[in-house]
Unconditional design. Structure first.
Length: 403
């Protein structure tokens, strides 16, 4: 197949998703609404570092933000399922924006590092679960399984765009203003993004919580519990890679290449998501999920031996290729397993498992560099990915309905 025809297939597949009335506006608003997820941690890190002159204090503040987001996401997700998107997402977005502005004011008044970390934690707890909401919404509006999977492929590509553009936007804002100015802009995006999302026709028309269904906790669903373990291990693998790539760049004597390697990993994921979404697949969804997990292990393994920036650049690009397709399958699996009335909470549990895995992988990846060398984080990533693929067998064995 020529490059031109493949590009045409990619465009055609995603155009079929965007042909649904209101769909382009939904994806665009969701992208804006999630920008704080990709910008706030870096903006907080640089603000607290600038004011306290301490990387430790800055790291603690970002950790508080991230952990609070993971801890409170399922709570907010359940509130969305019970009260509706309008009543939860917009107040959360407004409250988070206000707290972030409060963090800027506290930093300017030379507040203690502990108070800054506490405020950052409150801001993280208030992060509106827009990502989970849009994934639940896609499961509602696309009845056809093939179209739903294409929608989730587009969603995974949009998620990669958040991670790629978020840090770049923060860097530009800091260059134009300052760390505090950047965080004020992020606060404004929190409010504007949440407002834009809940006002889209697709989200507004389904703003009320579903009636006529018994609402049970999402974790009561055995199928969801089976999926969470591979999700957490996948997060651990990604967290180890995110620590390993900057370590590889430093080992090669090029500090600037840290950002390049991470960007290439995300670029590989973006390309993989576009390719995956353009194809029609015959294999069962759970089989594709396992295959992508194993393929991720195979493509990550060469990083264990990489010792130069050129080798690391090529290997990181390849290692990222399966990430967005894997997330696409993961979202589709969750959508098929959850019961109506608990969709948003289910996706927030998935996000919490992923974030927890990322944190564990980052910590463990950093710990093994000393005794194991620069390739150790990637070996850890491969081990976590292989274990995730092994546990994903339970999706077929114990939950045949989602195969």
């Amino acid at each position: 197949m020529s490059i031109e025809s493949h590009i045409e297939d990619v465009g055609g597949s995603f155009r079929s998703v965007l042909a649904l009335p209101g769909s382009p506006r939904l994806f665009a608003s969701a992208l804006i609404g999630r920008l704080p997820q990709g910008t706030a941690p870096l903006a907080i890190l640089l603000l607290v570092r600038s004011e306290t002159r301490s990387y430790a204090a800055a790291g603690i503040a970002v950790g508080a933000f991230t952990l609070a987001t993971a801890a409170m996401a399922p709570v907010q997700g359940r509130l969305v399922d019970r009260l509706g998107r309008m009543r939860v997402l917009l107040p959360s977005g407004i409250a988070q924006g206000v707290v972030l502005i409060g963090l800027v004011m506290l930093s300017r008044s030379h507040a203690s590092a502990a108070l800054l970390a506490l405020t950052a934690g409150v801001a993280g707890a208030l992060l509106p679960p827009i990502a989970a909401s849009v994934r639940a919404l896609l499961g509602e509006v696309f009845d056809d399984p093939t179209m739903r999977e294409r929608a989730y492929a587009l969603e995974s590509v949009a998620q990669e765009l958040v991670w790629i553009t978020g840090p770049l936007l923060v860097a530009i804002l800091i260059g134009v203003t300052s760390p505090s100015g950047a965080l004020v802009v992020v606060a404004g995006v929190c409010i504007a993004g949440a407002a834009a999302f809940v006002r889209t026709p697709l989200a507004r028309d389904r703003a009320a919580p579903p009636g006529g269904h018994e609402r049970t906790a999402a974790l009561a669903n055995r199928a969801l519990r089976v999926i969470l373990a591979p999700v957490a291990l996948t997060g651990m693998s990604l967290g180890a890679v995110e620590v390993g790539l900057p370590s590889l760049a430093l080992h090669a004597g090029s500090r600037w290449a840290s950002g390049l390697l991470l960007a290439l990993f995300s670029a590989g994921s973006l390309a993989g998501g576009l390719w995956f979404g353009a194809r029609s697949w015959r294999a069962p969804l759970a089989t594709r999920y396992r295959t992508l997990l194993l393929a991720g292990v195979v493509l990550t393994a060469p990083l264990i031996a990489a010792r130069s920036v050129p080798a690391g650049a090529l290997c990181s690009l390849l290692a990222g290729v399966t990430t967005a397709p894997m997330f696409s399958c993961q979202y589709a699996l969750v959508s098929r397993t959850v019961t109506r009335g608990s969709q948003t909470e289910a996706f927030t549990w998935v996000a919490a498992a992923l974030v927890s895995g990322l944190g564990a992988g980052s910590a463990a990846g950093g710990a093994v560099i000393g005794p194991g060398g620069v390739g150790a984080p990637f070996a850890l990533a491969c081990l976590a990915g292989a274990t995730a693929a092994l546990l994903a067998l339970r999706v077929n064995r114990r939950v045949p309905a989602v195969a």
